[in-house]
Design a protein around this ligand. Structure first.
Ligand SMILES: *Cc1c(COP(=O)(O)O)cnc(C)c1O
Length: 431
């Protein structure tokens, strides 16, 4: 007998696959792109998560963004407990929803009115419908590598680039839907000009991750975002900033605050729910007035504005409004990126890292990519090896070279220093 201890993660993964397709309720969790067994988590606190074997990891996913205060913040937990005692859901309006809407509108100057939903997907799907209803046009424009949730018309990746009709990325999306979605290259201003010149009057909206975080972290050029704003205004198209990930992550006013650009509509999710299911979409009052019950664009939700989710979200928003919150978040993320770069350099790796606010990207390439094609050209095999070496060393990174990473304010200097030691061990292990 070898005495090998079976990992509980493996036991659970085997069991999960019997009743859940692929063993997971959201595909990237299955570790398909990096291989190996996904970690099943039991609990989380501050910067840490514990798996089914009680192994502790420093967590750089933070539930894909929401855990910006660190996991299980005591004030958020207390707010959730108090709300739960008062009833889990009413299907009727509450005062908490008003406070949540007031808070969002106060923090994001572009947001005059807002509606709460239960996920980022619902937010983007509703914003697209609204833009179409408002303009009376069908065509929507998105960018390759940007993810906007899994609504049909947004699950279109790319045809052969400019002016070609989109090909559905997912099976089950009818060509009839996909043909209304045009896909352009991120950061490509010429393609934008060409498309608007050729068909500007049929474009209902452009939806963009104003800093992309779903093809690893990609910064927009100022010219790209400025051109988007100008062309949408000129042609009467609605500019939608999908800030589901970047909202309250890159700064107190999202990317629109960092770059000084005012979108017509903004979609939110992740952080605004504080770890509970919540999304939101909002913006110009004249556009929002098209939604039912005021206007003809239908949108609804049994659990929209759920009191427990609102309690978690509001408490989170209050805490991140505190003086110095974003300075700390940004500084810690910067320190992490420097640690990655320093250690990689010492090991002679082809590697670079970048960050904006509380999100970061690591790339196995010589320079920081600016397009989906450049991200795709990075060394994914090397990433996968590094990912597993980091897991062994007790650091949980996103299980794909196409995802950004997230830091919380509980990632203090000691945690960053421990991460740096793990990075050194991981690079040594994959020599
Ligand atoms: C996560 C994400 C979504 C989808 O949000 P869900 O809550 O997963 O439906 C949409 N857009 C962006 C930019 C995201 O990062």
């Amino acid at each position: 007998m070898s005495g090998v201890v079976v990992s509980q993660n493996e036991v659970l993964f085997e069991r999960a696959q019997k009743t859940i397709p692929g063993g997971v309720n959201s595909p990237v969790r299955a570790f398909r792109s990096v291989g190996g067994t996904p970690r099943f988590f039991k609990r989380a606190n501050g910067p840490y998560v514990w798996d089914a074997d009680d192994k502790r990891y420093i967590d750089y996913i933070g539930s894909w963004g929401p855990a910006v205060l660190g996991h299980a913040h005591p004030e958020v937990i207390k707010a959730v407990q108090d709300a739960a005692v008062g009833g889990l859901s009413f299907g009727a309006p509450t005062e908490g929803e008003i406070v949540m809407a007031e808070t969002l509108c106060e923090m994001l100057p572009s947001m005059e009115q807002v509606r709460l939903v239960s996920s980022g997907t619902e937010a983007t799907m509703s914003a697209i419908r609204l833009a179409r209803g408002f303009t009376g046009r069908d065509t929507i424009v998105k960018f390759e590598g940007c993810y906007h949730g899994h609504a049909d018309s947004l699950l279109v990746k790319a045809g052969s680039g400019l002016l070609t009709f989109g090909n559905p990325t997912s099976a089950g999306v009818p060509e009839d839907f996909a043909k209304h979605t045009r896909v352009l290259d991120y950061n490509n201003v010429e393609q934008l000009h060409e498309l608007f010149k050729a068909s500007g009057s049929s474009i209902a909206c452009v939806i963009v991750e104003p800093v992309a975080g779903n093809m690893n972290l990609i910064r927009p050029s100022h010219e790209f975002l400025n051109t988007l704003r100008e062309l949408c205004t000129q042609h009467g198209a609605v500019l939608i900033f999908d800030e589901v990930m970047t909202g309250f992550r890159v700064g107190p006013q999202g990317v629109q605050g960092v770059y000084g650009i005012t979108p017509d509509l903004t979609t939110l999710g992740k952080i605004i729910g504080g770890g509970m299911p919540m999304g939101a979409f909002g913006g110009r009052k004249d556009i929002m007035a098209c939604i039912a019950p005021l206007g003809p664009v239908y949108q609804a939700g049994t659990l929209s504005g759920n009191p427990v989710a609102v309690a978690a979200g509001l408490t989170t928003m209050c805490l991140l409004k505190q003086e110095g919150f974003y300075q700390t978040l940004e500084a810690q993320t910067r320190k992490l990126v420097e640690a990655f770069n320093q250690v990689a350099y010492a090991h002679g790796e082809t590697f670079c890292a970048d960050s904006i606010g509380g999100m970061f990207g690591i790339y196995f390439s010589e320079k920081v990519p600016t397009t989906f094609a450049e991200v795709s050209a990075s060394n994914r095999d090397r990433f996968n090896k590094f990912f597993h070496a980091m897991l062994d060393a007790g650091v949980y990174l996103a299980p794909s070279a196409y995802e950004a990473g997230f830091v919380s304010v509980t990632h203090d200097d000691a945690v960053i220093e421990a991460t740096k030691v793990a990075i050194d061990r991981a690079f040594a292990a994959i020599k």
